[in-house]
Design a protein around this ligand. Structure first.
Ligand code: GSH
Length: 216
């Protein structure tokens, strides 16, 4: 059950997985503290022995909440949804819920890991075309799926975990110079979601660890 202590998010302003958790907290109206883990500075603060005790995968986010430490953003989002009041992040209807998980997994397992920092560092020189290839491949699959499932948002007319995954992934796509205009449904959903306060407040340009030159 929820306790009085504020959750602590160990994350990085530009990490799409940390952003997912920030959106979930914002949608639920949950106050939380943030501890910055700079993925670049000092060779990557996620690689320290100290941080490894929070997330043995040495990635952000890690979240201290209700006396447990959780990693894996989708597990964190689902825990928040199951323990906190506010708008449901996974729909009650099993088919819609499966669609939300399908879209979330497509992004969280099928796209983001292939363009993640540690993978790009390992492959060396071909970083940009590599990332563009896997993001485009994922978006080519996501577009027809969303065409079928979307209403105002990714699945019908209620915001869900799928939307929480989509917006940070589009942000990554734009960083890697993928032309999102080729995917009209993805583009339309992203534009709609970008206007929502929870997505704005949690944006990488507005975090405590956002460098001054990247602040909105
Ligand atoms: N499946 C994990 C989740 O959803 O939380 C992925 C976490 C992940 O890839 N985090 C990235 C990271 O920490 C930032 S979005 N990258 C740094 C690294 O791999 O060294």
């Amino acid at each position: 059950m929820a306790t009085q202590t504020k959750p602590v998010l160990h994350g990085y302003f530009r990490s799409s997985c940390s952003w997912r958790v920030r959106i979930a907290f914002a949608l639920k109206g949950i106050e939380y503290d943030q501890v910055a883990v700079n993925l670049i500075k000092d060779g990557g603060q996620q690689l320290t022995e100290q941080y490894k005790t929070l997330n043995p995968m040495q990635q952000v986010p890690a979240v201290e909440i209700d006396g447990v430490t959780l990693s894996q953003s989708l597990a964190v989002i689902q825990y928040i949804d199951e323990t906190r009041p506010g708008p449901r992040l996974l729909p009650a209807d099993p088919k819609a819920r499966a669609q939300v998980r399908m879209i979330s997994d497509l992004i969280a397992s099928g796209i983001q890991p292939l363009q993640n920092l540690s993978v790009l560092q390992k492959i060396g020189a071909e970083k940009l075309p590599w990332a563009q290839h896997f993001i485009s491949r994922g978006f080519q699959a996501l577009e027809p799926i969303l065409k079928q499932t979307a209403g105002k948002y990714c699945v019908g007319d209620e915001i869900s975990m799928a939307d929480i995954c989509l917006v940070p992934q589009v942000y990554n796509a734009e960083r890697f110079k993928v032309d999102v205009g080729q995917y009209p449904t993805i583009k339309r959903l992203n534009e709609t979601l970008a206007e929502i306060e929870a997505f704005k407040l949690s944006h990488p340009s507005r975090q405590p660890d956002t460098p001054a030159d990247l602040q909105a």
